[in-house]
Design a protein. Structure first.
Length: 121
């Protein structure tokens, strides 16, 4: 079974950036089901962003960086970037290194999209 969850886009999310990913809802360490999804917050210093949280009944802890790596391993599970920046000149969906919402996930999505386009040719 798969579940969609919202997680921080990167460790330094500045209280603004999250991403929706779809995961196999099993613990990657033992294969048992992951826990019930609840709403929560991820903190970057004193700043926080709304995310989904869960506690695995098996006791294994899913760290967000591991969940991002798990999602990244399967390009299809990378979902929508959620940019909460208030820059009026920001063109949402056009992430570049000078955009405040830029992080490795955005770069990875662009890289894999380009590779898929080149493969289709």
């Amino acid at each position: 079974m798969k579940q969609k969850v919202i997680i921080p886009t990167c460790d330094n999310h500045q209280g603004l950036y999250s991403i929706t990913v779809e995961l196999e809802w099993i613990c990657p360490r033992c294969g048992k089901p992951r826990g019930e999804i609840k709403k929560g917050r991820s903190f970057d210093g004193s700043l926080s962003v709304r995310v989904d949280t869960w506690e695995n009944p098996c006791g294994h802890i899913d760290k967000y960086f591991e969940v991002r790596n798990e999602a990244n391993a399967n390009f299809l599970s990378l979902g929508d970037l959620h940019c909460a920046c208030y820059n009026m000149n920001c063109k949402r969906g056009e992430y570049s290194s000078d955009c405040p919402s830029y992080c490795w996930i955005a770069e990875e999505i662009k890289r894999k999209s380009k590779a898929a386009e080149e493969k289709a040719l």
